[in-house]
Design a protein around this ligand. Sequence first.
Ligand SMILES: *Cc1c(COP(=O)(O)O)cnc(C)c1O
Length: 450
Amino acid sequence: MTELTGGPSLPQERRVVTAIPGPKSLELQARRTAVVAAGVGSTLPVFTTRAGGGVIEDVDGNSLIDFGSGIAVTSVGNSAEAVVRRATAQLADFTHTCFMVTPYEGYVAVCEQLAELTPGDHAKKSALFNSGAEAVENAVKIARAHTKRQAVVVFDHGYHGRTNLTMALTAKNMPYKHGFGPFAPEVYRVPVAYGYRWPTGPENCGPEAAAQAIDQITKQVGADNVAAIVIEPVLGEGGFIEPAKGFLPRIAQFAKDNGIVFVADEIQSGFCRTGQWFACEDEGVVPDLITTAKGIAGGLPLAAVTGRAEIMDAAHPGGLGGTYGGNPVACAAALGAIETMRELDLNAKAKRIEEVMKGRLTAMQEKFPVIGDIRGRGAMIAIELVKDPATKEPDAASAAALAKACHAEGLLVLTCGTYGNVLRFLPPLVIGEDLLNEGLDIIEAAFAGL
Ligand SMILES: *Cc1c(COP(=O)(O)O)cnc(C)c1O
């Protein structure tokens, strides 16, 4: 096997030796601008050479603390040992046959793992795809085939991808949808239990929001027209919104009572990210279908729909698939990632990250009233910034300024939220506690300098 130069062997330290981005990154950025479409953005244009553990090393020799994990993907760390070992062996054996032409064991083994790890003890089946959006599209196809209904219900602040159907399912216009219509029909959006911004307060939010959502579904769509209700158990791009307690179980029960397929989109929240294998476990919700991607394969492209066998089997043979879906190298990587999650008990690591982060952020909130809300679970933590804690007016400018200040100091952070005023923290679950605290020191200093 080739010697690892990145991955866990990379020195776990922050090192800022040039401006960020440095001169070599700026040269590459100029080449990029000439040939890469402007629509494809980058949070921070430092060009990567190696990454692993909790750091990203760039072409100028800087080493950044990683609070992004490539958007919740490298939860097991970059180039994790088991991922490299298994994917490398698979690369040497064969790279592709197409599972729809001649199958291979790795695909089946990933589906076995998904059946074991996802909530519920019913019989389960899976289908594998390349991207999260593709998984969500297929969940809708399967739900429609099963129910013989068309409507799909989604939620305020929801994010489900960038393909035509998933743009329709996504709430936010800019940048995801603007100018890209017309969108797929039969998509209906209802309120979500956003505790921090609920008019009657977070304690009433779960039941009230559920009642509103259900009222809209029954009055405006008709429950018996609805094929699927699709929701992120912790909303990702929309601002790391944890639906207020009681909301998810109530919606899941409503779906069950009305023969609607309840789909949990765990593409961002799944695979130990929130300190549980899947975020819907927190309230004991057992979805009919669950979509996964991001964290599943340690950085290789893989996605899945997993669910009740009788629903998954509703699509006719040949109705699901794709040339690359469940690519053997990606499947090998997924088996390596899952092995790592089990061996290192990454759920426990995520919970510890939550404890450290929330402790530090709560102390910061006392000093900096711009921090309106601290929320999230495990290593999926966010702070929502406001101009005034009383009015809760979103403060996107401070979020942008804070991210910029962190980047200059060698800490990669991401923003999100419908109002662009949320800073989200998604460190690799294998990050060392020293680096985690050093990152939080940088955030604290950035607040002080606002
Ligand atoms: C990222 C994401 C998607 C889309 O996944 P892609 O792999 O980018 O297509 C869908 N749903 C959620 C919740 C996501 O976070």
